[in-house]
Design a protein around this ligand. Structure first.
Ligand code: PHE
Length: 459
């Protein structure tokens, strides 16, 4: 390895023990509410299939290259996101700012993500009580609005979610989360397939499939490109140091490009399954595809309402969605926790507590965005939307842009080649060449154009 660091390893640092563990942990970060909640509602409000296509292009040309870069840099430096940039960059150059922006992004994402997870938690209990099983849009919409407009329950469910996440982080990433996601992820997949099958056999389902798979390019606007790119960053957990942090736990003999590609495609498969489960129901029951963040919570109860043992399956569905969301949240929280531990020599307990309290404070702004703070708007958005918009559409793309520039222009070909071929023991020269050129030219130019265009800086 060309980059050896003399710093002593942090004792409490999690290590991924096996190749499979690395894969499930990384996949556990990628798969989450992004697939089941965000992807369907964004596809729904941005034209369906045309959006899907742009999203896949962004995943291939931007998401995967940045993911490989982050994992590689994290493994080379074996440090948290900020220290990794400090170690790898030439002295006195402020590349550590990328890591610092990542830590801030982690807080902002967690602020709204933990609230959506809170809705999922609340839905587990609503499902157990049986009151939301209905195909009537009025009933399902009423149930959702009742939840989000109640400040007390919005906050309490968020705190419950944060307590669970904090507890698992404290237990240690390896056994707890690796072990749990490995076992439960297949069940979530099976359930998604079950809902998907029910959904596509509903009368009138064809329209939903057409919406998701038959592109209408007239629907594409500059904003669509920005939203699709932002989703690619969000989905693959890149542009903010999560993958740098996870890369620092990777084994030396792990095939990084192979892992990244497997993760990206498996993640895409989960998103598609969620889309197949949701869109046919949208058209069959008369929901609006562009109903926004509430889409999942309205359509899913309707699909279950039209199947035998629906309530039972719905409880399990939301339970597994909650578990998937926890895998992603752990990887978000790990970014500041690893930083606090290493930078300030905090115990893991202290670092976790500090982070979780910080998120709870920020998070209350997002939690109250449909109730107490509904009228407080910044740039015309509620806090919930503001945190969501600025992270996916600005901070993560900027992070990705600078990571691509840093690794290809500053770190350079030789070091990339050494690191990604595991010092020559993998024969993946072709992949490395393609990756290098993409990071040097394609990825930065694409991100810049989409950003400037989407933010209306150039038109
Ligand atoms: N990828 C996660 C999801 O789709 C969200 C996430 C974003 C996790 C950024 C970590 C970092 O749910």
């Amino acid at each position: 390895m060309s980059i050896e660091t003399s710093e002593k390893p942090v004792v409490n640092r999690a290590k991924f023990a096996t190749g499979l563990g690395v894969l499930t942990a990384t996949l556990g970060s990628a798969v989450g509410l992004g697939n089941i909640w965000k992807f369907p509602y964004l596809a729904g409000s941005n034209g369906g299939a045309a959006f899907l296509l742009v999203y896949i292009v962004c995943m291939l040309l931007i998401g995967i290259p940045v993911m490989i870069s982050e994992l590689t840099m994290g493994r080379a430096a074996r440090s948290n996101a900020i220290a990794t940039m400090q170690k790898l960059a030439p002295k006195k150059q402020p590349w550590w700012l990328i890591g610092a922006a990542g830590v801030i992004s982690a807080f902002l994402i967690m602020a709204f993500y933990s609230e959506v997870a809170a809705w999922v938690f609340a839905y587990i209990f609503k499902a157990i009580q049986g009151g939301i099983l209905s195909t009537d849009p009025e009933v399902t919409t009423g149930a959702f609005n009742g939840l989000v407009t109640n400040p007390g329950s919005s906050l309490i469910w968020q705190w419950i979610d944060l307590a669970v996440v904090g507890f698992i982080i404290l237990l240690g990433v390896n056994k707890g989360i690796e072990g749990a996601t490995k076992r439960l992820m297949p069940i979530l997949l099976a359930l998604l397939i079950l809902v998907g099958v029910r959904s596509i056999t509903l009368p009138g389902a064809g329209e939903g499939l057409e919406f998701l798979f038959k592109p209408d390019f007239s629907k594409l606007t500059a904003a669509t490109f920005l939203v699709a790119m932002g989703l690619a960053f969000f989905k693959l957990s890149v542009g903010m140091g999560t993958m740098i942090t996870y890369g620092s736990y990777f084994r030396d003999d792990q095939d990084i490009p192979g892992t990244a590609i497997r993760v990206a495609f498996s993640d895409l498969a989960v998103s598609l399954l969620a889309g197949i489960a949701i869109f046919p129901a949208v058209f069959a029951f008369g929901y609006e595809p562009n109903s926004g963040p509430s889409l999942l919570f309205l359509t899913i109860p309707s699909v279950f309402a039209s199947m035998p043992l629906g309530n039972f399956f719905m409880v399990i569905f939301f339970l597994l969605t909650a578990i998937a969301s926890i895998g992603a949240q752990i990887s978000l929280v790990e970014v500041p926790v690893a930083f606090l531990e290493e930078k300030f020599n905090m115990s893991r307990k202290m670092a976790t507590l500090t982070t979780i309290i910080g998120i709870a404070l920020f998070g209350s702004l997002a939690a109250l965005s449909s109730s107490t703070l509904a009228d407080v708007k910044v740039f015309g958005m509620t806090f919930f939307d503001l945190f969501d918009y600025t992270t996916s559409n600005i901070l993560l793309p900027l992070g990705g842009l600078f990571i691509a520039i840093f690794i290809s222009w500053v770190w350079g070909y030789k070091k990339i080649e050494n690191a990604i071929s595991n010092n020559g023991s993998l024969s993946n020269q072709r992949v490395i060449k393609i990756l290098y050129w993409s990071l040097l030219v394609v990825t930065p130019i694409l991100i810049t154009i989409v950003l400037l265009n989407g933010l209306k800086i150039i038109q």
